[in-house]
Design a protein around this ligand. Sequence first.
Ligand SMILES: [Zn+2]
Length: 134
Amino acid sequence: MSVEALNKPTRLCGDAAEVGAGGVTTLMGGVCRDCGNQTFPRTPVCCVCMSESIAPAPMPRTGTLYAFSTVHVAAKKWKNPMCIGYVDLPNGARVFTHLTGPLTIGDAVEPIMGIVGEDENGPIESFIFRRVAP
Ligand SMILES: [Zn+2]
């Protein structure tokens, strides 16, 4: 493995997050073409109508922190302590996510990209929600 490959973070979330102009992170979920239900992550089958016609769809940028917890004894590869929780998006999707910064349930939060851990291949990158600046 090359030095460049070792220094490039492993992307935990695959194509579920896109970083656009200005470094703005957008989560990519799915929308059911038959009933309009939206999910994150995108699923192969709609949990509402069982349709298999699911299109990629950008998720709303801002959500509401539903619940969170800090794990002080995380598994070996994760940052320690590790803050994780659920964010409710206004389209009905509930996102399980890493979190950062001071947080209170009910906060408006938004995704950024960041390092959430490290394994034998180097840093692990994923989306992380943080409180929206007032
Ligand atoms: Zn559906």
